[in-house]
Design a protein around this ligand. Structure first.
Ligand code: SAM
Length: 390
């Protein structure tokens, strides 16, 4: 396919997303009905679609419309690609621009199009980031880096780096955590590499690793990962000091791959079905609550284009519920680490304050707030302890 034909395909996929399809499903469906497209074409189309999703509002403003055609036109304008190279009408290229489309709109200096962030979070983020908001918004318009976590149960950063190099994967020390490696070349080969198959490394963003570090699981300590999901944090918690992790999730099917991942990593993780925790109490309960994912909207830009105030209210209620229930499993003198991959204060400090005002006998001894400006995903974590009653 020519580059212009790939842009025409991206226009179709974006229109399907606007009509309600999930991005991955829309891309898959396009691939199914265009079997002639090779893997390079599919990757290129995906990249264009995701670039538009990350810049959802500014591409619409620069292209003068809401549909896929306007947004792809806007993307070309914002990235200084000559539009007539794509909008030529030749072969499978999009049709040439109309007279109306030739006029380049002014770029807005306020609102979602100025920041590529949903209206419902703008004032909250302005209050939280102040003069840094434009820089934050700019970082969030770009692709996220790819990080690996060195599994300290199987490797050191040096031995992992050497093993990755054998498969052509180049890394450098990552930010925020001693176990983080940032991939600089060979990303596509990671899951086929020996280092990955042998459990020396896991794919995990550096900020996610920093949050697991923050919990300071002690050697051999029993940790309840209350919202384990796919188990990324459970494995990081287990690997850091060989802690014994009990993985729990309200939707246990999300943990289905965790036993195999734990086996590969040599990590002590066992699953607990919902409703089976009873009166279990452990020294560390880790609650990685469901959230907007706003700290990782670079990886999942669809999350931001569909986000609204109603969704935030639902999430806040779910977060309050998680905090309340997870706290019941903290042993005397133990701690509850509440975490989200969100940069929205309502999901972070807001939930911690709501918990502290509702449940007596707790205090927050420290917290960690990371945003994409710190070099990886945005994350929040708070260390909650039962207040000494003496
Ligand atoms: C942010 S994800 C967890 C990600 C996971 N910790 C990781 O590192 O891969 C949040 C998880 O919380 C779970 N969840 C939502 N409400 C819950 C509840 N009330 N109790 C336990 N788990 C819950 C969801 O099913 C989801 O898997």
């Amino acid at each position: 396919m020519t580059p212009a034909a790939r842009h025409a395909a991206a226009i179709e996929v974006i229109d399907a997303i606007r009509a309600g399809a999930r991005a991955e499903a829309a891309l898959k469906e396009w691939g199914r009905s265009h079997r002639f497209a090779g893997s390079k074409d599919r990757r290129a189309i995906r990249d264009i679609v995701f670039d538009v999703l990350r810049c959802w509002w500014s591409t619409a403003a620069a292209g003068g419309g809401e549909d896929g055609r306007a947004r792809v036109l806007g993307l070309l304008r914002l990235t200084d690609v000559p539009v007539e190279r794509v909008f030529s009408g030749e072969g499978h290229a999009p049709l040439p621009l109309t007279d109306a489309e030739q006029a380049v709109p002014e770029s807005p200096s306020t609102g979602p199009a100025a920041f590529d962030l949903p209206e419902s979070v703008l004032s909250m983020l302005e209050a939280r980031f102040g003069a840094d908001l434009p820089a934050l918004a700019d970082v969030m318009r770009h692709r996220a880096p790819v990080d690996l976590r060195v599994n300290l149960l199987r490797a050191t950063p040096e031995s992992a780096r050497a093993a990755l190099a054998e498969d052509g994967i180049e890394v450098e020390p990552g930010p925020l955590s001693a176990t983080a490696l940032r991939v600089t070349a060979g990303t596509r080969g990671i899951e086929r590499s020996r280092a990955y198959a042998d459990g020396l490394v896991e794919l995990q963003d550096a900020a996610s690793q920093a949050v697991a570090d923050f919990a300071e699981a002690q050697p051999g300590e029993v940790v309840l990962d209350y919202c384990a999901g796919g188990g990324g944090k459970a494995l990081a918690l287990a690997a850091r000091t060989n802690a014994q992790v009990i993985a729990h999730d309200i939707a246990p099917r999300r943990m289905k791959d965790l036993p195999e991942r734990a086996r590969r990593a040599g990590a002590q993780v066992r699953l607990a079905e919902p409703g089976t925790l009873g009166d279990l109490q452990v020294p560390l309960v880790f609650a990685d609550a469901p959230c907007s994912g706003s700290g990782s909207w670079r990886r999942d830009p669809e999350g931001k284009i569909r986000f609204d105030a109603g969704r935030l209210a639902e999430l806040n209620a779910a977060q309050d519920d998680v905090l309340r229930n997870a706290a019941r499993h903290v042993a005397p003198d133990g701690r509850l680490v509440y975490a989200t991959c969100s940069i929205l204060p309502d999901e972070n400090e807001g939930r911690v304050n709501a918990f502290l005002s509702e449940v007596a006998g707790w205090h927050c001894s420290r917290s960690l707030s990371l945003s994409p400006l710190d070099g990886a995903d945005g994350f929040f974590a708070a260390w909650l302890e039962k207040r000494d009653s003496a």
